[in-house]
Design a protein around this ligand. Structure first.
Ligand SMILES: C[S@@+](CC[C@H](N)C(=O)[O-])C[C@H]1O[C@@H](n2cnc3c(N)ncnc32)[C@H](O)[C@@H]1O
Length: 280
């Protein structure tokens, strides 16, 4: 099984995605095709002028504007791909992979699929021997996500997408990780507890403090979860040019909070006798 069947040659080819970056760092994402052309602020670019160039080459528009031609990274791609639902931003995708400890070979349940940005980050992290089960209740979002994923990753054998409400259960249990980006993750706590192996991790991505409070309280109150933690990632870009070395004037100030918890084995209750040891 291969997660990413798309293999790139050293030179840009017809069918490849390419990011054209102008001198003001504005970027344009397009798919190369023979005979094609692309109009942007600095003129027109003939696809044939880009096809055959090495990645990182400079190409010229019809008006002499120079553009850098590179294949898009996953971060470039998720910010420019068609969206059904709001995507998870790259800064949060990176942190989710580490905080939820998404490892090669892991079985990961994810909901909702949305536009597929988080799904792609998870697929990359679980690698060819892992598995991602992605659920959503809206068919049109999953269709958009499937197209987005196929365009960037090619044919993916490690992904199962299902139209399913995860608050009613996680059908592909047992799983090592449950990653949630949906409005009411506290309604999924019981289903996640039933699906996760002991020691597994639940991560919920939520945009507001009210949701943080609700999901963190539900997980803390549950005997099936421990080590509940909440963080947010602030990434401040810097302007570094000559003597002007300072934080950039603008940044993405808020996206969401990440709430994590470990699946634990509930301790025996003092009011109940411990189970008798197995016979034999
Ligand atoms: C913000 S979007 C997810 C975006 C996605 N993480 C991405 O990066 O592209 C939230 C999604 O959760 C789905 N959703 C809401 N409640 C759900 C439920 N109970 N079970 C499954 N999916 C659900 C919505 O239909 C929507 O597509």
């Amino acid at each position: 099984m291969i997660t990413e069947t798309r293999r790139y040659e050293a030179r840009l080819e017809a069918g490849d995605p390419v990011l054209l970056v102008d001198r003001k760092r504005r970027s344009y994402l397009l798919w190369l095709r023979e005979g094609g052309s692309y109009d942007l602020r600095g003129g027109r670019v003939a696809h044939d002028a880009v096809i055959g160039q090495p990645e990182g080459a400079t190409v010229e528009t019809s008006r002499g504007e120079r553009l850098l031609a590179l294949r898009p990274t996953l971060a470039d791609y998720v910010l420019s791909m068609p969206r059904g639902a709001q995507v998870v931003y790259p800064k949060d995708l990176a942190l989710i992979v580490m905080l939820a400890d998404i490892y090669p070979g892991a079985r990961v349940a994810e909901a909702g699929t949305g536009s597929g940005a988080l799904t792609m980050a998870l697929l990359r992290a679980v690698g060819p021997s892992g598995r991602v089960f992605s659920y959503d209740i809206r068919e049109e979002f999953q269709r958009t996500a499937a197209r987005n994923i196929a365009r960037y990753l090619g044919e993916v054998a490690t992904l199962e997408m299902r139209l399913h409400d995860v608050s009613t259960g996680i059908p592909d249990a047992p799983v090592d990780r449950v990653v949630l980006d949906l409005p009411e993750p506290w309604r999924v706590a019981a289903a996640a507890a039933a699906a996760l192996r002991p020691g597994g991790i639940l991560l919920a991505y939520v945009p507001t403090t009210v949701q943080v409070h609700q999901v963190a309280s539900a997980l803390t109150a549950s005997a099936d979860f421990g080590l509940v933690e909440t963080v947010e990632a602030l990434v401040r870009p810097w302007h570094v040019e000559g003597q002007s070395v300072r934080p950039a004037h603008r940044m993405v100030a808020h996206t969401g909070f990440l709430v994590t918890a470990r699946r634990v084995v509930p301790p025996p209750r003092p009011d109940r006798p411990a189970p008798a040891p197995a016979a034999g």
